[in-house]
Design a protein around this ligand. Structure first.
Ligand code: IMP
Ligand code: MG
Length: 171
């Protein structure tokens, strides 16, 4: 078992998620919100954030996988689609982490075909130094350096998702 060091502890996460929830309540007044979570990493953040928001928050999920092609360009594929009509809805994409920005860029373009009313983006973590595609992100929990993090939904080889804090693996 690798040695996981704490980067962001439970109480810091709790406080920051509460702040983001307050900001979202303010921005959306009493409107219904549709959270669109990107599986699987966003699951923990999505639940914790939704629990702190007074508006009606509905859940929908997509799964997106990326793999390196032989010519080293990134290929991105939708492996689980939205299962109902989201036309006219106010959507917040919920992500665990934005790294290069390619996953979100793909999803934003996909949603442009869906005739939705509004779109904002919430991410628990962001690694700005890794960005390849510039995105306008509305709610960011924490900006972090270029380290590989796990916990609070984020995995390393499908492990560590249930850690209650954000950690990094020391070798
Ligand atoms: P992007 O398309 O490069 O922005 O990729 C974002 C996705 O890569 C996230 O949704 C994560 O699934 C994964 N990812 C990026 N950095 C990390 C990390 O430090 N730990 C765990 N997963 C990561
Ligand atoms: Mg992800």
């Amino acid at each position: 078992m690798e040695n996981v060091k704490v980067l962001i502890n439970e109480s810091k996460l709790e406080n920051r998620v509460k702040e983001l929830a307050k900001q979202i309540e303010k921005d959306y007044k009493d409107k219904d919100i549709l959270f669109l979570g990107v599986l699987k990493g966003s699951a923990v953040f999505m639940v914790e954030l939704a629990k702190k928001i007074k508006n009606n928050v509905e859940f929908e999920f997509v799964e997106i996988s990326s793999y390196e092609g032989t010519n080293s360009t990134n290929n991105i594929k939708l492996t689980k689609d939205i299962t109902r009509n989201i036309e006219g809805r106010d959507i917040i994409i919920v992500e665990d982490i934005i790294d290069t920005g390619k996953t979100l860029d793909y999803l934003i373009n996909y949603l442009k075909t869906k005739n939705i009313n509004s779109l904002k983006i919430a991410t628990l973590l962001s690694k700005p130094s890794r960005r390849v595609i510039e995105l306008n992100v509305d709610y960011i929990g924490f900006k972090i350096d270029d380290v590989f993090v796990v916990g609070y939904g984020l995995d390393y080889d499908q492990k560590y998702r249930n850690l209650p804090y954000i950690g990094y693996i020391e070798d």
